[in-house]
Design a protein around this ligand. Sequence first.
Ligand SMILES: Cc1cc2nc3c(=O)[nH]c(=O)nc-3n(C[C@H](O)[C@H](O)[C@H](O)COP(=O)(O)O)c2cc1C
Length: 248
Amino acid sequence: MNVLIVHCHPEPHSLNGALTAITADTLTPQGHRVVISDLYAEGFDAIEHPRHYRNRQDSQVFSALTEQRHAFEGGQLPEDVAREIQRLEQAELVIFQFPLWWHGPPAMLKGWFDRVMVYGGMYSGSRRYDHGRLKGKRAICAVTTGSPAEAFEPAGRAGDIVRLMYPFHCSLYYLGLEVLPPQLAFGIQGGGLAYQEETAFRRHLESTKTDWRARLKGLEGESTIPFSGWDDWDEQGRLGLRHPLRWR
Ligand SMILES: Cc1cc2nc3c(=O)[nH]c(=O)nc-3n(C[C@H](O)[C@H](O)[C@H](O)COP(=O)(O)O)c2cc1C
């Protein structure tokens, strides 16, 4: 299997750095081919901006959607975006490794979506969700958090983790990817915020790594998160009245 890790963390010696190393060290000996997009190390420019488009369709008013489609169709995508798309196209499994920052992914990873998932190329009105261009590929988020697990329960102070992950998961599904339940490493304290005493925390870090190593070995056999699709929606994108997932 071809695996792409999209790694978003500024420090290689962090837990996120260790988890990405574990992923590569676990999957490679199993015969999988692992490629890492290390966004910070590669200096990925996460800001969608007119400067990326030399031959604009509209030189007066900048519309990201218009210029993305124009660049894609003209084979003039920015080099870094074209490289990321090529990596995605070759991947069968995409692993997003990142810490939770302000209740979501770090800005650099959000910007990776803004720039790499080009309109007219990676998606269009007719190529979305279960008709998406990346259909057949799988994705999983491996996320670390500062707050402990209990705080992410529904109505917990850190926010319900299912709701916090929804925008990211929905974006992946929008592109056609099938999404595995996330790997969540809660309570990774640092910078003076301590929820556990030092020895217990060290043990927690080790079990976090052991859990991920063990899960990686069986990832291929896991089921993905169910989403509704085009057959379930009406013209306006509402769930059909009789659909079992409809709640109001
Ligand atoms: C800018 C920033 C924002 C953060 N926001 C959150 C947050 O919203 N929720 C949370 O639980 N932890 C938050 N944290 C803590 C990080 O998630 C935690 O330090 C990280 O997951 C630990 O993994 P690492 O050692 O690999 O960095 C934040 C940390 C930073 C630097």
